[in-house]
Design a protein around this ligand. Sequence first.
Ligand SMILES: [Zn+2]
Length: 871
Amino acid sequence: MEESVVVAAQEYPVEFYHLMHDGDGDGDSSSSRVHGEREGSESPTFGGTSATFPFSKMTLDDLGTGSISPRILSNEISAPYEVPQFPIEQLEKKLAIQRQLSSRVAKDLEDRRSHYEPSIGTVPDEGDHAFKLEEHDFVPHFQRVSVSGEDTSGVPYEDLEQAARLLVQALHVRERYMAVSHQTFPSTASRFLRSVDSGCPHLLDVIKHEDRKTIEDHPVHAPASKGNPWDCEFMPDRGYLMRSKSGVYNVYKDQTAMDNDEPCSFPYPNLDTFVRDMNRLCVMIADGPLKSFCYRRLSCLSSKFQLHVLLNELRELASQKAVPHRDFYNIRKVDTHIHAASCMNQKHLLRFIKKTLKNHADEVVVNSKGHSMTLREVFQSMNLTSYDLTVDMLDVHADRNTFHRFDKFNAKYNPIGESRLREVFLKTDNYLNGTYFARIIKEVSADLEESKYQNSELRLSIYGKHPEEWDKLAKWAIDGDVYSDNVRWLIQIPRLFDIFKSNKLMNNFQELLTNIFLPLFEVTNNPRSHPELHMFLQYVVGFDSVDDESKPENPLFDKDVTLPEQWCDEENPPYGYYQYYTYANMTVLNHFRRERGLNTFVLRPHCGEAGPIQHLVCGFMMAENISHGLLLRKVPVLQYLYYLAQIGIAMSPLSNNSLFLNYHRNPLPEYLARGLSVSLSTDDPLQFHFTKEPLMEEYSIAAQVWKLSSCDMCELAHNSVLMSGFPHKMKQYWLGPNYTKEGVAGNDITRTNVPDIRVAYRYETLLDELSNIFKTVEKESGPVTPMTRVVIMVSFVEMFVCPCVYVMKQMFSSVLSLYIHMFRVFTCPVSFQCREERQCPIQIFKVCYLHLTLSGYVTQVNFGTSLTSKW
Ligand SMILES: [Zn+2]
């Protein structure tokens, strides 16, 4: 059967239909108008087939053969954002239409129910978790693009089945890793997963949703914090003991438990499990048919979005215009990826240095080998006066020479090329205990507070060189009083073991892990053991992992890899090794902190900026969200999985432009069109930005280069808040009390300025994709009953003593190859008992037995429902 894209013309309200035709003054068809637009436009618009837009059908073939836009290259997806340049009289008509739409949307808001339609999606309608339509699931009418016909997504049915099975498997893996570490997994995908493994309990915490409230009832700003923000409760000492076991800290109730090796039940995936899952996913992303499938789906998502924008752009704009007070400037944005040491721009740093040199010239700032120097002396030793200093001399800005030169880029952190100045001004741990650094951070925070709607998640380093690093950092934060309502902290762990090792700072990798994690376990066990750390951790949201990803490494390792205590090489462990041990320790820590009623952490590493694609597999398994993700453009399977699981990607195109990928090749617009959860972030304003508002600069350049619409920008900002680590309560003020609800019900345009139409489109598209996949995967049969097991045993014996095996051997070169063949064709992704063991012997047997039965060599045995239902 032929597949076709149907533009649902009947959903276009009648008035608008007339409006377009009458307004055109050219009643016969819309074709001439569309052509007319195209002539006046520089943008690659839809070609011949669009002549019959929007009231006719067009086929997917047209999309595929490129007859629509022969010029669409992978990164030119931004094209449809372009507003065609109309001749002036047409422009006026267009504005008239917009005005009429605006007034109509305003009227609609009054009697929502009568004019609105339910936001529909393909939802499994069975089970307790069925989706219920609510009042706020209603959206304004918009034109939907639906695909009809036999649904095999353009691949042979077997490929579809195979692809669906693998994708479901991968989603299961991620869900497990997220659930066990108290990180989040979207409820939409989770609901679909429950539909195939019925009987499996919900893995994730159930979210309590609240009702929508008006801004009067529930303001858009969280109330400012009162009193001392560092105050917190100090719980009594729990008296637990901690010991690292193969690189992961375990927690014991008392000495006896420790002696008997009976840790508290704080589960985490062990190295074997991790390696097995990792390898399985790595095999998966190289699977040919799966690659084709995902590539097609992603292309389809791009095309669908182009159609959506073409058809609904005016409506989206109209509904944004209809919202009073709210616009792009006063919606909440979070800079989801920014390093504290470079969070100010170069001009700011220069001004700060000059100011400090003027006011504090006689402060002693360094003391090396008993020889102390004041700030004035430091500058004298460099032959510099305050007057000489310029931004050019500071030389901290990345330029064309840093492209693919991470080493040169790292050197840019040193003002005037002097590591001594970096030490004085940009470190938390120096002779002055980071006083200057705290002061400049406070200035940056003050700017954010003044801007009201901008927030940052600043990264501070913990190197793992000394056990006291945490205490020093916390003392810096509290003495410098760097708290701000607009700032939360992430801890970045640089992957520098090789350097520490070659400098003889440590013997093995375990020492690094101990320095990083032991203080955290101690403070969780007894907050008074590190009081300042306990206070500081309230505002730490997670861990980041940083360094040059393009350094050569062997990304894959097996379960026999050297354990951290024995890792004494000067070679740096691979990326995945760092991530696994960070993740596993964080998981145990989160269980412990949850038990004590404390905040938990998430993993948000730099991932996929460069280097091997296996980094992105690690990210998929273990990270709540990632920074960069540039390499996803080369791995369709992972990109599709990141889409299905809605994993946040904090992208920094300006940073990439200086380091790894030219701006015009950046995949951000492509990801955004496809519906991946992307946000914009600055990375290092000191190196990349020029203005006082680097985040706005980032948005501004993206909007202009890629011609993003106001709706796209608001969507990016909305994503940034969602993926950020700010507390749930704050997000409720910013996005609405019910922001955790799925689809339109969770959107409040009066706060987010994202049109309901866009949200409905995203949600319905995601549901479409998920149901496409999940309907091909059969429901898992119930657990194997003892009865079935007996039957299987009997049949097993029967099969092998039966002479037919000899015959089978004649038919196939070996029984084994038959097994393997059948196994590949039939194996269910979720085997009966052990979800992780794909090669479940029962499965293999079942398949072989079936084949023998079908061949007529074995008489039919009654197998019991749970098995036969499969066949
Ligand atoms: Zn970064």
